[in-house]
Design a protein around this ligand. Sequence first.
Ligand code: THU
Length: 135
Amino acid sequence: MRELDRGTAEALARAARRARRFAYAPYSRFRVGAAVLDEQGRVYTGCNVECGSYGLSNCAERVAIHKAVSEGARRVVAVAVAGPDDRELTPCGACRQVMAEFGTQFVVLSRRGRTRVYSFPDFLPRAFRSPKEHR
Ligand code: THU
């Protein structure tokens, strides 16, 4: 896919904002939502899930991607992210690597109601891909 349809991007950003409601962030109070679009047009959502042993916390993006994969998705077309108060939030390095694993093409950021679409390689140029990849 060369471009992500505007309506699809807006719908994905809305899904990410909705998913943010379920954020479990009692330690950071930083609430994040994410939504993933797979190659079959299915949408999966996620929120950050923290743990009292802080290092075990998970970002919203990885929760959403892992939900998708655990339900059969193998390719991610786009990942939308919604940060607290609709601030623009760019995905962390760990999530970018997981996005690369599943062939993510677009990152959708929602900021004060404005939805912006970026091409994934802008977020992780020359990404590592395992030579042992088996799908
Ligand atoms: N977080 C996300 O869920 N996504 C990001 O892109 C950055 C950070 C979460 C992790 C943690 O629960 C909280 O935000 C503060 O870092």
